[in-house]
Ligand binder design. Structure first.
Ligand code: FAD
Length: 354
C-alpha cells in the first residue's frame, strides 16, 4: 500500500518529536515513523546508572518543560523516557511504531519512503535517526584475536556483570568516563584514553555547554571569530559519580594500548596487561544508511547541509546527529531551535495550507 503525506519524519526520538511539535503548530500534514516499539528513542537502551549532564530545566524540548525528578539534580534515563512518552501524547504526535525505514528514493515530485510497513510518498522528509544505532569501533590491531569479552557502550548495562574481572575501558569522552566510574569500585579497572582526559571544571554542566554552543552560533552568524564552542571547554562533564571516582583516585587514565592479544592488551613499549573484557566507549556515527539511495555526499560520513537542509536535495532535512545539523542539535535542549527552523522552511516550501 502506498500512502501520500506532505512530510515523513524518520525517527521518533527527541529530534523527531521536536520536529513534530513545530510541524503540528504550523498545520503541516505529517507522520513520524519510528523503528522502536516504545517511546524514548535511544534513552531506552542506555546503561542503568546514566544520568543527564544537565538539570531537568535545561533538558527540555519545545513547549513543555521536563519535570524535576524528585531527589535528583540530574535526571536519569528512565525519567527522560517518561518525559518523551508524555510529550508525544500531550501533543498528539502521529507516531507509527515499530516501523523501520530502509530506503528513501527520488520519485518525481516526491520522495518515496520504503519501510517494513509499506511505502509513503512525501513532499519532504526529515531524517532524525540519531547515532546510537551505529556504534563506532576503531581499527586496533589484534582485535579479532582477543578471546575475552568485547562490547561497545551500547551493550553495557551495569557493573554487576563485571564484578571481580579485569576490564579495559577505552575512551576519553563522557561515556568512557562514566562507565569507568561505574566500574571503578568492583572491578580491576584500566581506563585507557588516546590523550590525557580533559575534565570540565566541576561547576560546568550541560547548561554551560549549551551556552558555549549558542555563543559559537552567534559568533559565526555575525561573522566574528570562531569561539571554539563546546570543544574548547573540555571533553568530560564531571557529573557527580565521575567526580567521586576521580576524587577517590580511581579514575587514573593510561595511554591507549597499541594492540590486543588473545589474553589482553599490549602497549607500544611492550608492557602487557591481561584482561577479561574490553569495553569500547569509542563513539558513534550518524545512522544514515536509509538515505543511501539519494547518493548525497559529505565528509566524515555526514551529508552536507545548509542549516538542516541537505545541500543537494532541498526536500530532505536532517535533525539531531551533531553540530553539523545545528549547534547542540544532538541534545534535548538544543534540538528545539533547528527543529523550528526546519519546520518553518518546510512550511514555506509546501506553500499555504488550505
Ligand atoms: P535517538 O534517541 O537515537 O532517536 C532516533 C530514533 O530513530 C530511534 O527511536 C531509532 O530507533 C529511530 N530510527 C533509527 N533508524 C531508523 C529507521 N531507519 N527507520 C525508522 N526509525 C529509525 N543529550 C543531552 O541533552 N543531555 C545528556 O545528558 C546526554 N547524555 C548522553 C549520553 C550518552 C551516552 C549519549 C550517547 C548521548 C547523550 N546525549 C545527551 C545526546 C542525545 O541527547 C541523545 O543521543 C539522544 O538520544 C539523541 O536523540 P535523537 O532523537 O537524535 O536520536
Amino acid at each position: 500500500m502506498t500512502r501520500t503525506v506532505d512530510v515523513v519524519v524518520i525517527g521518533g526520538g527527541q529530534a523527531g518529536l521536536a520536529a513534530g511539535y513545530h510541524l503540528r503548530r504550523l498545520g503541516v500534514d505529517f507522520v513520524i515513523l519510528d523503528a522502536q516499539s516504545a517511546p524514548g528513542g535511544a534513552w531506552q537502551h542506555t546503561w542503568d546508572s546514566l544520568h543527564l549532564f544537565s538539570p531537568a530545566a535545561f533538558s527540555s524540548l519545545p513547549g513543555s518543560a521536563m519535570p524535576v525528578q524528585i531527589g535528583e539534580t540530574y535526571p536519569d534515563a528512565a525519567h527522560v523516557v517518561t518525559y518523551l512518552s508524555e510529550y508525544e501524547h500531550r501533543y498528539e504526535l502521529p507516531l507509527m511504531r515499530p516501523v523501520s525505514v530502509h530506503g528513501v528514493h527520488r520519485d518525481g515530485a516526491f520522495l518515496r519512503v520504503e519501510s517494513d510497513a509499506g511505502v509513503w510518498r512525501a513532499r519532504v522528509v526529515i531524517s532524525a535517526t540519531g547515532t546510537w544505532w551505529r556504534p563506532f569501533l576503531p581499527a586496533v590491531p589484534g582485535r579479532s584475536e582477543f578471546a575475552g569479552q568485547q562490547l561497545h557502550t551500547v551493550e553495557y548495562r551495569s557493573p554487576a556483570e563485571f564484578a571481580g574481572r579485569r576490564v579495559e575501558v577505552v575512551g576519553g569522552g563522557n561515556s568512557g568516563a562514566q562507565i569507568a566510574a561505574d566500574l571503578a569500585y568492583d572491578t580491576e579497572l584500566t581506563w585507557v584514553t588516546r590523550r590525557p582526559p580533559r575534565f570540565l571544571a566541576d561547576d560546568i554542566d550541560g547548561r554551560a555547554l549549551f551556552d558555549a554552543a549558542t555563543a559559537r552560533r552567534k559568533a559565526l552568524e555575525s561573522g566574528s571569530a570562531d569561539t571554539g564552542g563546546v570543544a574548547s571547554l573540555g571533553d568530560i562533564v564531571a557529573v557527580p559519580p565521575v567526580r567521586e571516582a576521580r576524587d577517590a583516585g580511581l579514575l587514573k587514565a593510561s595511554p591507549m594500548f597499541a594492540r590486543l592479544s588473545s589474553d589482553g592488551v599490549e602497549w607500544a613499549d611492550g608492557t602487557r596487561a591481561e584482561a577479561d573484557a574490553v569495553i569500547w566507549c569509542t563513539g558513534f556515527r550518524p545512522t544514515l544508511s536509509h538515505l543511501a539511495p539519494l547518493q548525497l555526499r559529505g565528509s566524515r560520513g555526514h551529508i552536507t547541509t545548509v542549516g538542516t537542509r541537505a545541500a543537494d536535495e532541498p526536500r530532505l532535512h536532517l535533525l539531531g546527529y551533531g553540530d553539523w545539523t545545528g549547534p547542540a542539535s544532538a541534545t534535548l535542549i538544543g534540538v528545539g531551535r533547528p527543529a523550528r527552523d526546519a519546520a518553518r522552511e518546510i512550511a514555506g516550501l509546501l506553500g499555504p495550507r488550505s
